[in-house]
Design a binder for this molecule. Sequence first.
Ligand SMILES: [Zn+2]
Length: 285
Amino acid sequence: MSPPPPPIRPPPLPGNFGPPPPPSGWDKAKKFLAPLGVVGVLLLKFGAKLKFIIIPVAKFFPVILKTGGTMILSIGAYAMMWGVWFAVGFVLLIFIHELGHLLAARKCGLKVGAPVFIPFMGAIIALKEAPRNAWIEAQVGIGGPMLGTLGAAVCEMIHLATGYQLFRALAYSGFFLNLFNLAPVGFLDGGRIVTALSPWLWVVGFAVVLGLTIAHPNFILILILIFSAPRLFSLFRRKSEAERRYFEVTPGQRATMAIMYFGLIALLVIGMQISHIPRETLAGR
Ligand SMILES: [Zn+2]
């Protein structure tokens, strides 16, 4: 069990609460001893915290290596097994993801260029106009992973209907790709989406992702947790007037985006669980 976070105290109210009583001898001794006591308590607390920080990291590190390694190995094995057909499918899944951004941007009334393909990396869409506010940016950001997830789900359905394992391999890789893109890091789609979420929704989302990580240890979920920690703190700081206007998102829009974002993360984790092909099975083909 980790120690509860320190309570947030309201700032002291201005005003006069009456003159302090004259200090007695005992009070003077307390004044002298109090800092020593505080230092002692802090040392104890800090020591305890260090233990709490180090133990989860030590516990998680092998999980990161194991699950992260498994995912990348799986995708590598698929590429070796199906070669060019897997590559074609994977690029198509990236294209579907990018198309999702394009459709979302169009729906928001933004001018967009045609998708530009980068060999081996995928595709980008160029926005000819910057999103006007955080709500539009979040919608454009989530459009890609939403359509991308649908594309991967269609691959899984084709596998279920036909038995072709290539489609299951593509489904897994597609779920992986879209989950990775939802990590709340600046340059990924997740980074664009989370600016529309309130810090309080982040606290809820953090708990959801933490629960999901404990239930299904997953490399990307751990990355999401690590990268969202600084964001949790930065979102609480005071914003300038211009920033505040940009971040103006109605409570309804915030709730909608939070449900879509955290719901999509959960769906993608479930999708990866369903579509994963154990390597023994793969080798036996
Ligand atoms: Zn994207």
